[in-house]
Write a protein that binds this ligand. Structure first.
Ligand SMILES: O=C(O)CCC(=O)C(=O)O
Length: 296
């Protein structure tokens, strides 16, 4: 574990192999498959697809359905279907919390949001140019430490567009985001690519953790299967004393109010969740409550 914290601190990311039991992942993929099945039946009943594609596996079925039904923005709108005990159990899984404990301590808050990413074969829509997550969250968050836990639901590799990092790029600080761009995200100045570029190929059960200022990207998925991954985000609940300056406090306040707007943060202390599953669901915005399964 000592190496893990050192590597994370130096590189801005760390790949932990075999961190999660396979059944934790499969309980989530089973739920996703159930939703895909519901979606298939709904689209079939609406004559938007000519068959149910039932014989296709997890990597292929949603792709076949989305392609025939022309679901261009499908990858953006999956999250509500996933609010479940299975997801809560993953967010609060002891193995993830112990790893986070090494990086940010045992008083952490999970943002409450999560991103299921079906990275479709040959889709430019799911390409992420080099960026820092703080460029998405808002500049103020450069004062905070937010850790993304990237969880592969299928094995990821260069061919299917695994995550790439610019090693140690977090140490160079925040880079302004360009306001008008045709890309998903773009930096105002040219990115310093002198940091070495590392592709992280991760297997089911692995987790990849990275800092909100670490530049990362992913290219087109050139395989014929979906690269399914899930991203969870956490931060320390209170920062170490010397860091508690005015800017950090302001950033915390702003980010907290954003989280409370609907994501429903989950608080964790001493590796135990303080926010129960029911409280988490209750505190989420009505628009994103479960019960809309299959409405993609
Ligand atoms: O999963 C990917 O391909 C990229 C996701 C990403 O860049 C992010 O979580 O900020």
């Amino acid at each position: 574990m000592e190496n893990l914290a050192n590597n994370y601190r130096n590189d801005g990311f760390v790949h932990v192999t075999g961190a999660l039991p396979k059944n934790v992942i499969s309980s989530l993929t089973d739920l996703i498959e159930l939703n895909i099945d519901k979606l298939a039946h709904r689209l079939y009943a609406d004559n938007r697809i000519s068959e149910l594609y039932s014989e296709f596996d997890f990597g292929r079925r949603f792709y076949m359905i989305a392609t025939e039904a022309n679901l261009h923005n499908a990858f953006l709108r999956w999250d509500a279907e996933l609010v479940s005990e299975q997801l809560y159990d993953l967010i609060t899984h002891q193995h993830i919390l112990k790893i986070l404990g090494e990086l940010i301590g045992d008083r952490v808050v999970h943002n409450g949001d999560f991103h299921l990413r079906p990275k479709m074969p040959n889709s430019e829509l799911t390409v992420f140019p080099w960026h820092q997550d703080s460029q998405f969250y808002g500049e103020l968050t450069k004062f905070l430490h937010i850790v993304t836990v990237h969880i592969p639901l299928v094995d990821t590799c260069r061919q299917n567009g695994c995550l790439k990092f610019l090693r140690s790029s977090h140490l160079n600080g925040y880079v302004q985001r360009k306001e008008n761009t045709k890309l998903l995200v773009e930096s105002e100045v040219e990115i310093d690519t002198s940091c070495s570029e590392v592709s992280v190929e991760a297997k089911i059960g692995d987790v990849v953790l990275f800092h909100n200022l670490t530049f990362h990207s992913s290219e087109v998925n050139l395989s014929d299967s979906i690269r399914w991954t899930l991203d969870l985000r956490y931060r320390p609940k209170t920062l170490p004393e010397p860091l508690l300056n005015h800017e950090v406090l302001k950033a915390e306040e702003w980010f907290d109010s954003r989280m409370k707007k609907g994501w429903g943060p989950i608080e964790i202390e001493g590796f135990n969740p303080i926010t129960s599953f029911d409280n988490w669901v209750e505190s989420r915005n009505n628009d994103i409550l479960p019960g809309r399964a299959g409405k993609i």
